[in-house]
Design a protein around this ligand. Structure first.
Ligand code: MRU
Length: 350
């Protein structure tokens, strides 16, 4: 049996014998269903419909999707397998545009295809599989370090607000922003987390609340519109979220609603932090205006958890992400420490 070397109980993504196993995040918290994917088309579909979501999780799923694309070519001819892997890279790359980590992972897979011109099919597939494992392992190790680096921001009994989901479901085993708070809990600091429900798809209430509850972290669920009032009432010490893409100047794209949270934090003199690894940073992107923001199906806003909450043809604006300008970000927690402004310098210095 050939299992991902990194599989541990509780992991929501792992690979075994030509099958990618994913915990279907669309069904949480009511059902825990493991999807078994054996083609890259299925991986594309899982990423598009958010069965796997979160910047780093889709990067890892995408890397294994390339392995599946190569295997399902079903050919002993290396050229045919190489072409199938390239098609998989292209189609997986077209699934969601915003998260840098997806492209970071696919670029690594593409680099494997550039090497070993005389490889047999078996060698080529083994090298692709090895790189996908390395992408997953790097993601885990990076986040292990990131959640430790974030501890300098979390005092005893700290109260944080977070948005969307940046725990292990989104970023493998340790998570990023939610992972920093989970690590604080493991260290006995007794943090309390206000969890924005995160409309339209409720990643906060469905996923973050589920993860924090299972980890034993104290939390309070709020609707997105309540966060500013929590701050005004003096109930929060900090705001911390993940990111999907960080531009070279520190502008950071994250789940829609993050920008409003950062503005409210600024108005109340509460520090707003981003937690994301360097694989989320896009040095080729000079600022937030250059980040491609995904727009999703209007029905995600017209319906809530499957129930209609608007006239069926209500005109809708549904960007999946917004950009928080660097000037509102007090620090970026990375695997190399907490970066401070100006980010044009600190992002380059590590
Ligand atoms: O649309 P989603 O659920 O994939 O959006 C995810 C987020 O916005 C997360 O906060 C982000 O990926 C950072 S966690 C790795």
């Amino acid at each position: 049996m050939s299992t991902t070397p990194l599989r541990e109980p509780g992991d929501s993504i792992y690979y075994e014998d030509g099958v990618l196993f994913l915990l279907d995040q669309t069904l949480l918290p009511t059902s825990e269903v493991l999807l078994e994917l054996d083609t890259h088309d299925q991986v594309v579909d899982a990423i598009r419909r958010l069965a796997v979501r979160g910047a780093m999780a889709i990067g890892v799923a995408g890397a294994y999707g390339v392995v599946l694309g190569a295997i399902s070519a079903g050919s002993s001819e290396p050229g045919v397998v190489r072409r199938a892997a390239r098609v998989a890279i292209q189609e997986i790359g077209a699934s969601r545009p915003t998260a840098r980590n997806l492209f970071w992972a696919l670029e690594r897979m593409d680099a494997v295809l550039q090497r070993g011109a005389s490889d047999t099919t078996t060698e080529l597939i083994a090298r692709l599989r090895g790189e996908a494992d390395a992408v997953a392992l790097d993601t885990i190790e990076t986040n292990r370090s990131l959640v430790e680096c974030g501890q300098e921001l979390i005092g005893e009994g700290a109260v944080a607000i977070t948005h969307c989901n940046s725990g292990p479901l989104a970023a493998l085993r340790y998570g990023t922003a939610v992972g920093v708070l989970m690590e604080a809990h493991r260290r006995g600091k007794s943090p309390h987390v206000y969890v924005d429900e995160t409309r339209p798809l409720l990643q906060g209430s469905r996923l973050t609340a589920w993860e924090l509850g299972r980890a034993g972290v104290a939390y309070t669920l709020i609707c997105d519109g309540m966060a500013a009032d929590v701050m005004r009432a003096g109930k929060a010490d900090l705001v911390i979220t993940g990111a999907d893409r960080i531009a070279a100047n520190g502008d950071s794209a994250n789940k829609i609603g993050t920008y409003g949270l950062a503005l409210a934090a600024h108005a109340h003199d509460i520090p707003f932090y981003i937690a994301a690894p360097f694989s989320t940073v896009d040095p080729a992107c000079p600022g937030g205006d250059a980040i491609t923001i995904e727009e999703r199906d209007p029905d995600e806003v017209r319906y809530c958890a499957g129930a209609p909450v608007a006239p069926p043809s209500a005109p809708v604006y549904n960007p999946a992400f917004d950009v928080t300008p660097a000037g509102l970000i007090a620090g970026i927690v990375t695997e190399h420490g907490v970066l401070r402004p100006p980010y044009t310098e600190s992002l380059l210095e590590r």
